[in-house]
Write a protein of this length. Sequence first.
Length: 464
Amino acid sequence: MPTSKESSDVIVVGAGPTGLLLAGDLATAGLRVTLVERRSHTAGNLTRAFAVHARTLEVLDARGLADELLKTGRTLTRLAFFGSLSLDLSKLRSRFPLVLITPQYEVEQLLERRALAAGVDFRYDTELVGLQARTTSVTAQLKSADGELTDIEAPYLVGADGVHSTVREALGLPFPGESVIKSIVLADVRLEEEPESVITVGGQGDAFTFMVPFGDGYYRVMGWDRHHEVPESDPIELDEVRDIARTALGNDFGMHEPRFLSRFHSDERQVPAYRTGRVFLAGDAAHVHSPAGGQGMNTGLQDAANLSWKLAAVLRGRAEDELLDTYHAERHPVGALVLRTSGALIRVAMAHSPVQRAGRAVVTRVFNSLRPVTSRAMGMVSGIGISYGRGRGEHLLVGRRVPDLALAEGRLYELLRKGEYVLVAGVDGPVPSEIPPHTVRGHWARRSSLLVRPDGYVAWAGEV
């Protein structure tokens, strides 16, 4: 069968949340985007993420999507991790002082509709079988389900194809790390007894269980038992899930009618380089960590938001290629931070010796009694406390996330929907010596000014 040849501006491999957001952003910017996905379509039973944190909701708000997504789930203003450790999210300085509990497929469906409307060329049932990266372009060799071969050439390619990334493997990049938890059971079940909280989580050193509603009458249950770690290939029965829940929670809530049962393991891994020439990695293809804190999908979506505007600026001739190096420089430290924080949470939750449990009690008291520690923890988990570095001599605000400011022209995040820089000019406030082309202007009553990047972070700040 002959191989057909095509071209694109950007090839995105992987149609999970990260790839969908990235592809939609690039197509909205007027670029030709090919999105490759080996599945026939997104599948609800692949959902592992249920938490959409404040910073991700801000990212979606900058695309006009947050309010629509909020309708699909339930919101919480307090997150409990284990024992008496909890975070009061209502104190977050955000338009979204909460966490939204909704299945990952709701996020994917919303982002897919946006990407389709923007003109993304979807290639479902298509596998990446080869990758040639040159100094001026990248060629992806694709194979469809019916065996048709296609070579697509583009200036850039992004691998957002998950923990078993074909793109990462094609580049020959290592994925160092380790398995943190083995033999986690996964089940979608109905319950005879409805839990008191939207999220039910608990356990002790030998077992833990996490339960969250899909919204259609079914609950997703994840559980682990220290004394029953078996190969992932071992069959799983509902009785095993019930036993773990009774050990961890004291109640199995009458689980019945399972529609999905599986077993998996949780890794902590991070690729050393997010950029290799004209190829980038994002989301789980670049980093994977424990489910504690629900930061996985959120971190990937914020990877996409950081990379998309930079790719668009370079491809539209508004910036030099060197701008793309800042993607790794900014996002790799964030991925490492999430690895550390989620890893610390899961290890504390798994504490089983008397010494470890005593240490957990101390950690809980510190978190609950020291406001600066609690605020920092909320900022990291929610994402709104994450900042990027600044250059020597730059204003202290450079690299900081900007909240949704009230401006004369409307909300800041409404202005960011144009996908451009926003210059927030204060009364008699200074302006930067170089203003990026196509900058949107906003005004507020303060005497300071901010140049806000398309992803909502400060690029420049000045004051009288």
